[in-house]
Ligand binder design. Sequence first.
Ligand SMILES: CC(C)(COP(=O)(O)OP(=O)(O)OC[C@H]1O[C@@H](n2cnc3c(N)ncnc32)[C@H](O)[C@@H]1OP(=O)(O)O)[C@@H](O)C(=O)NCCC(=O)NCCS
Length: 238
Amino acid sequence: MAKRIHDLLGLPVDEVVVNECLTLKQFLWASQLAGVASFLLVTALLGLVAFVGGRRWLRAIKGGAARTDGRTPGKLAPNRFHEAAWIVGDKHEIADDVWIGAFCVIDAAHDRLVLAPGVVVASGAHIYTHSSVARTATCGAAPIEHAPTHVGPHASICANATVLMGCDVQERAVVAAGAVVPEHTVVPRDCVVAGVPARIVRRARPSKLRSGETRSSCGCAIAPDGKAIDMVCGEHEV
Ligand SMILES: CC(C)(COP(=O)(O)OP(=O)(O)OC[C@H]1O[C@@H](n2cnc3c(N)ncnc32)[C@H](O)[C@@H]1OP(=O)(O)O)[C@@H](O)C(=O)NCCC(=O)NCCS
């Protein structure tokens, strides 16, 4: 080793140089050791950072904080409607052909909820049978209020509408997108309600069929091309 270093440096070999080269040899060994130690340290630090960051990332993907109601964090309770709809509780009577879209909250945990045949609950709509406002405002002294909610046959609860506890949305009524139906409201059959709070914007009225028009089984006028002529059906005043 000493000889080779000599050759490299082009120096004569003598006792002193050999000793110096031995020192150099030791220095090289020490450098190698320090290099390996630094490499291991940096690798360990990078591994630690990746481990901690990766766990956070996984937690974020899974949905963060733990959820209640016996569900696995990040997973919604199974239901026979859209997988991202949340049907809470089992006090419900939901007809087989009811359609419930994504991101709906259907509260059947506190009181009876009926969704009659042909009902459509569009994405993001919420239907409640309870209110915790009184309990919250009384610092827990009052109980959670609840009342049965009913949605009649072929009624539509449009996208992002909210039907609060105790409402009776009657047959073929339409709750427009984004409307809020206040607690204990009766939405008459064949009416369209819209806004916050929801108000009747259209109601059924007598209508004569024009040439080529027919009627659906529930009384709506249908154009020759099969489209509904009006959102409200029937031939009666409400
Ligand atoms: C309610 C709805 C069906 C329209 O019904 P329509 O009988 O054709 O009503 P019109 O468009 O003639 O509107 C009637 C009145 O209600 C108002 N209105 C209608 N929809 C409204 C809404 N979502 N919010 C507030 N006001 C609304 C209109 O401005 C109009 O008011 P005006 O008479 O003062 O001008 C429609 O507006 C709606 O909300 N569709 C949502 C469909 C949906 O959720 N799709 C998602 C997939 S299913």
